[in-house]
Design a protein. Structure first.
Length: 185
């Protein structure tokens, strides 16, 4: 492991640049920094779900593993050419997704993000994850990005949606989107 921070502020970023894990300096708004920054936001949003009271243990276990994965993904993105997320990570997400989705009724309508504190937090984590995926695709258009990293975020957003549905069903319930009709003018 590299150097640990003993002093939180370094002043090296005061010029609008930041250091990558390989020592390269890049602009703070570069596509790479945007990508790993939004992965970090996703991890924080998953942490908000984990902070919800009375979270089922199997969901807490799954989300904790995901937080470790997201930290690894951030590290991967911080060091160009480094790979930490692989096919086994995606397979694990798919297995979790299939298991959690098994007991849910099929969707016939769109649902609104909500359904209680934990479900709403999970919907927010899903939306942030989708943004992270978009940022990662932006990076992939200009630099090499592992295809597994892209697949991971895609599966994760699906898994967060399914978990949000489970959490809503155990709390306030899912709220179905009510299609509004345009008024006759």
């Amino acid at each position: 492991m590299g150097n640990r921070l003993s002093k939180i502020y370094t002043r090296t970023g005061d010029d609008g640049s930041t250091g990558l894990g390989d020592g390269t300096r890049v602009a703070k708004e570069s596509a790479r920094v945007e990508a790993y920054g939004t992965v970090d936001e996703t991890n924080s949003a998953v942490g908000m779900v984990l902070g919800a009271p009375e979270l089922p243990p199997e969901i807490a276990r799954c989300l904790t593993e995901i937080q470790h994965d997201l930290f690894d993904l951030g590290g991967e993105l911080c060091i160009p050419g480094h790979v930490m997320i692989n096919a086994a990570h995606i397979a694990r997400l798919e297995k979790e997704l299939d298991g959690f989705n098994e007991g849910l009724p099929p969707l016939k309508e769109f649902i609104l993000p909500g359904g209680g504190q934990a479900a709403a937090a999970c919907h927010l984590a899903r939306a942030v994850c989708r943004r992270a995926e978009r940022r990662l695709w932006s990076l992939a258009r200009v630099e090499v990005v592992s295809p597994e990293a892209l697949k991971y975020l895609n599966r994760l957003s699906d898994l967060l949606f399914v978990i949000a549905r489970l959490l809503a069903r155990g709390a306030a319930g899912e709220v179905v989107w009510r299609r509004t009709k345009a008024p006759n003018a």
